[in-house]
Design a protein. Sequence first.
Length: 177
Amino acid sequence: MSVLCKSSLRDYWSWQPIIHTPYAASVGMSWDRFLALLTMFHLNNNDAKAARGQPGYDPLFKIRPVIDTLITKFQDIYTLEEQLTIDKAICPFQGRIFFHVYIKGESLKYGIKMFELCEAKSGYVYNLDIYTGAHPTNSEHNTAFSVVNRLCDKIKGKGHCVYMDRWFPSPKIFDHL
């Protein structure tokens, strides 16, 4: 499904000649079976989820194990060069989540905003932080200083040179780094 993108999930099981894809049916999984598995598929225990507005609430709770595993693997399998960069990125998304953003001047206007610490030469993502809107208990959570501090936590004192665009720099950040 990531290689052959269709307009809806149902289209992968369609028998209409113009959109028919024999692979989905060839693996022996009917549309009804796929839909049943899809509705039951969870990456985290919903019983442990804190309600919105409560202490410990995480907007990314349902996918947090995947995000944490990815970031850990990003950091474990690669040794960074000296030159790093911190920047904002948009992951295209038009679904229904309260923290999606609209940025007027960008080519990708709607999506999920992320902050990334990358190797400057290769673009390898070493660390990332997903913007989930205003933090209910910590007004400093999404400040440039806080974002840079979280992203650079694992590389502090290792001799890296960090570059950033005009949104991030401040005397407080420079003193801290």
